[in-house]
Ligand binder design. Structure first.
Ligand SMILES: [Zn+2]
Length: 294
């Protein structure tokens, strides 16, 4: 949990609020998380930068709306190619290039930003906003927050190229709260408008979430609400691999049970699983005791 006295080293996301209750700022630095995700995807190119920004946007969106839920963002081109980012409540994040498709997602042209998460009642929230050619991830996040979450905000998201794909990745959301007065809105808007462009700000003097919040808050008094670590991580497991195998048609499962051990690679993290016929049979029988007796 958050302890403002603790130094936030490495990848973190930090939340802070002005003492007048007018604004909340969520700031994240995700460099190591993105580097690990790009290594798993074998990416160090322009698409890798977009994936880094998508992962960062997913973290910011999770923290802005409901930190305790999993958020998935998709960046789609018009032909169906996509980047996918998952931000999990425990601070783990992962990213995928073109999952389940041979079609390479186009780095240029128009895109869609799709946001998926599960609501407290179990229903799936899914919303999409357009990203016209030339518009960046930051603008797409701001438009999504306005259109789908009724959150007025100023945003910044950037992945700067470097060794292993990126040298620095970070972002922020300044959320306007109902308590904000006209005067404090003007103060914040002027202050942020007079700052250097976000990539320069991040690199020159705000390369940690706390430094970023301090730079964005300017003279407005504020307090930190929460800070939590971020990392690259995956949701895969042997159980999940075997569960997905068992969704295949019966004849395919039967031939696997009669064949050699199956090697399965997780597309998201690169982890290799070796599933033996014995393990698969035992798993199937444990899930379906009726079948084991038959
Ligand atoms: Zn995995």
């Amino acid at each position: 949990m958050s302890d403002p006295a603790q130094p936030a080293t490495g990848d973190h996301v930090v939340r802070a609020m002005t003492t007048d209750g007018g604004f909340r700022i969520i700031a994240a630095v995700t460099t190591d998380t993105v580097r690990d995700a790009l290594a798993a995807q074998h990416r160090a190119d322009e698409l890798g930068l977009r994936l880094g920004e998508l992962i960062t946007a997913a973290v910011l969106l999770r923290e802005t709306t409901q930190p305790a839920r999993r958020v998935q963002l998709l960046w789609r081109d018009r032909r169906g190619g996509a980047l996918v980012a998952d931000a999990l409540p425990d601070g783990a994040n992962r990213g995928l290039v073109n999952p389940g498709s041979d079609q390479e997602v186009s780095p240029r042209g128009d895109h869609l930003l799709q946001v998926d998460y599960t609501l407290p009642n179990g229903a799936l929230h899914q919303a999409t906003v357009g990203i016209p050619d030339g518009e960046d991830m930051s603008s797409a996040l701001m438009r999504y927050l306005h259109q789908s979450e009724q959150i007025l905000s100023m945003t910044g998201v950037v992945a700067l190229p470097g060794p292993q794909g990126v040298r620095l990745v970070g972002g922020y959301v300044i959320q306007l709260l109902p308590e904000a007065t006209r005067e404090v809105i003007d103060t914040m808007t002027d202050h942020v408008g007079n700052l250097e462009p976000f990539p320069h700000l991040l690199e020159a003097r705000a390369a940690t979430p706390r430094a970023l919040i301090a730079a964005l808050m300017g003279d407005l008094p504020y307090q930190e609400l929460a800070a939590s670590a971020l990392r690259f991580g995956c949701t895969c497991s042997e159980v999940r691999v075997m569960t997905s195998i068992l969704t295949l048609p019966d004849d395919e499962i039967a031939s696997m049970l009669a064949g050699d051990p199956l090697e399965v690679r997780c597309d998201a993290c690169g982890r290799q699983y070796v599933i033996t016929p014995d393990a698969l049979r035992a798993f199937r029988d444990a899930r379906d005791p009726g079948r084991a007796r038959a």
